[in-house]
Design a protein around this ligand. Structure first.
Ligand SMILES: [Zn+2]
Ligand SMILES: [Zn+2]
Length: 188
């Protein structure tokens, strides 16, 4: 049974605050949640151009939390998240500020720290649990840093070599003219 959407989630979650055996769903945005706004600002910091500041960006994160107990895994937590929106970055060829989509999902299971040294987990980064394959994490002190989890997954999902358009012509290597919008004497 699903509870209504919530929009208040602290960046550090105490695992026993998560209801057992049911889904709790949060809908967080850069406008209703400070730490989501921080995540968006961290993405936008990659943009060097001052014009970047005037471009509109946004982030929307839907998070589903579940806690279960089993004899094998004790209290374990499923975190499923969908991250969407837009951020501003710098085109690596023409150096123009450009808005690109954010679109990624996170599927993570947190087990107790005490299980981390167990042989079955030493060589694995995934676990089949909650009827699906999930990235494996371990919680410490009965807490999960949800911001850190999303930050890590978000940055891995970004294009490391962003282009404002796939056919960007870049800048003239001699005079720096933006060849998307002009020509110069160095180009035949
Ligand atoms: Zn470009
Ligand atoms: Zn030139």
């Amino acid at each position: 049974m699903n509870s209504p959407m919530k929009n208040n989630l602290e960046e550090t979650i105490k695992i026993f605050d998560i209801p057992q055996d049911r889904e709790t769903i949060y809908n967080l945005t850069n406008e209703n949640c400070n730490w989501v706004n921080d995540l968006l600002n961290e993405l936008n910091e990659e943009a060097s151009d001052e014009g970047a500041l005037t471009l509109e960006t946004s982030m929307n994160i839907e998070i589903c939390l579940r806690r279960r107990f089993s004899d094998n895994y004790k209290d374990h937590i499923a975190v499923n998240a969908t991250i969407a929106g837009n951020y501003v970055t710098t085109c690596i060829r023409c150096l123009e500020a450009t808005v690109l989509p954010i679109d990624t999902t996170v599927s993570a299971c947190f087990l107790p720290e005490a299980l981390e040294k167990q042989e079955e987990f030493l060589e694995t980064e995934e676990i089949y649990i909650f009827d699906t394959q999930m990235d494996l994490y371990f919680y410490k002190n009965r807490k999960i840093d949800i911001k850190e989890l999303l930050h890590e997954n978000l940055f891995l999902s970004l294009d490391p070599l962003p282009l404002h358009a796939s056919d960007c012509k870049g800048l003239c290597g001699m005079c720096g003219t933006n060849l998307n919008t002009g020509i110069c004497e160095h180009i035949l």
